[in-house]
Design a protein around this ligand. Structure first.
Ligand code: BGC
Length: 401
């Protein structure tokens, strides 16, 4: 199946540089860069009650309790975060998607949202009514099919690059969202900003998070809110993250290790589009060619991979140390940790992809981290639209090990 998202559109944006490899930091060009069970719908009230705190003694118990709704999720990639008038393929979700997601065994959906593309000028930054309605339709279906939902602010590049100049816009987005959804069940959660990096460093973001949470809390005291470290939400960034003293705040991280495998051939990374044939778990039997035009960090990753092929040595997947770092930080700081994005591009071979998603989810579960795969039916898809079925081996790898 060809990639459903329009990467040529993605290429044209080329606005940000992404750094998210394990252990070291590498520059990567990125343009704009994801039967109702038993046929029974229990009442919305029962569902909501499950998300309420249960009186555990643990510090930040409400956040831990609410995170029980966010264990196994799927991202609606390349949908509501896409800027108007751009075509990243039709990834719009309809009732069918919710029903199917529930049937597959997921318990929640993360919906990346580009609110900043659909609002007016300051000081109000009023969000368009038609856009609110589109989001609301998604939340209604999620409630109907008993799926929890995490919504965020995604690809707000202007903010990430100039956080002080665009700070009020981010705050106003959250105030309007908090107002609009304050009566929704607590199975709806908020994530303040996707993947801060560069100028949106830990120091800046700690202050931004504290203010955003204060402003949301003035409207909605009980909702679960997630915040993530800088460096693209990498677990490495956790060392600098300060979590406000609020018992309903959880921490989200993203992990695309091993990047050489997960982003092979990705056109929007600039550096990876010539890399193909990386298998998981590594190494495979075939050494990979090293194109002279490859940046040195990619070439050195390939050399390492080839060395392992030559020695016939199994490689520990890069996500293991990353997830352990995150889990340890969570224990030390008494915060639940959620892996809001992980995944492998559909250009990798099917068997490796299924191996990867299965191993990653298993590791996360062993470390008691919730996970949310990237993505539902775009370029890293779980659902194979041509076959109208899960991509080969994926369901078994995630839900039937
Ligand atoms: C971005 C997507 C991208 C994915 C994998 C996400 O954070 O929003 O555009 O496809 O990461 O690189």
């Amino acid at each position: 199946m060809s990639l459903p998202d329009s990467n040529s559109t993605l290429d044209s944006l080329q606005t940000t540089s992404r750094r998210r490899l394990s252990g070291a930091t590498f520059p990567v060009l990125k343009s704009a860069v994801v039967a109702i069970v038993c046929g029974i719908i229990i009442s919305a009230q029962t569902f909501v009650a499950e998300a309420q705190e249960t009186g555990s003694d643990a510090k930040n118990a409400p956040a831990f309790e609410m995170m029980k709704q966010f264990r196994k999720g799927v991202n609606f990639g390349n949908f509501l975060e896409v800027p108007p008038n751009q075509n990243w393929g039709d990834n719009s979700a309809k009732e069918w998607d919710f029903k199917t997601i529930k049937n597959e065994g997921f318990d929640h959906i993360r919906i990346p949202i580009g609110w900043h593309h659909y609002n007016g000028a300051g000081p109000e930054f009023e969000i368009q009514e038609t856009f609110f309605k589109r989001v609301e339709q998604q939340l209604d279906w999620a409630e109907e099919y008993e799926l929890a939902v995490l919504i965020n602010v995604h690809h707000f590049n202007e903010f990430v690059e100039s956080p002080q100049e665009n700070r009020e816009e981010l705050m106003r987005i959250w105030e309007q969202v908090a107002e609009r959804f304050s009566d929704r069940p607590l199975t709806l959660a908020y994530e303040i900003l996707n993947e801060p990096h560069g100028a949106s460093n830990a120091e800046v973001m700690n202050d931004v998070y504290a203010e955003a949470i204060r402003r949301i809390r003035a409207i909605d005291e009980k909702r679960l809110i997630m915040i993530g470290p800088d460096e693209w939400n990498s677990p490495r960034g956790l060392a600098g993250l300060k979590v406000p003293d609020d018992p309903r705040v959880a921490v989200t991280v993203h992990c695309y290790d091993p990047f050489l495998f997960t982003h092979q051939g990705a056109s929007w990374t600039g550096d990876m589009d010539k890399v193909r044939g990386v298998v998981f778990p590594g190494p495979g039997k075939k050494e990979l060619p090293i194109d002279e035009a490859l940046p040195s960090w990619v070439a050195s990753q390939i050399r390492e991979y080839n060395q392992a092929v030559e020695n016939g040595e199994a490689q520990e997947p890069g996500f293991v140390p990353s997830l352990k770092t995150a889990a340890e930080w969570g224990k030390k700081n008494s915060r639940p940790i959620y892996v809001g994005e992980f995944g492998a591009i559909a250009l990798a071979d099917k068997e490796s992809r299924a191996n990867f998603y299965g191993e990653f989810a298993k590791t996360a579960e062993e470390l008691e981290l919730g996970w949310c795969l990237w993505d539902w039916k775009a370029g890293f898809y779980y659902w194979d639209r041509e076959k109208d079925a899960p991509a080969e081996g994926m369901h078994e790898a995630l839900f039937d090990r």
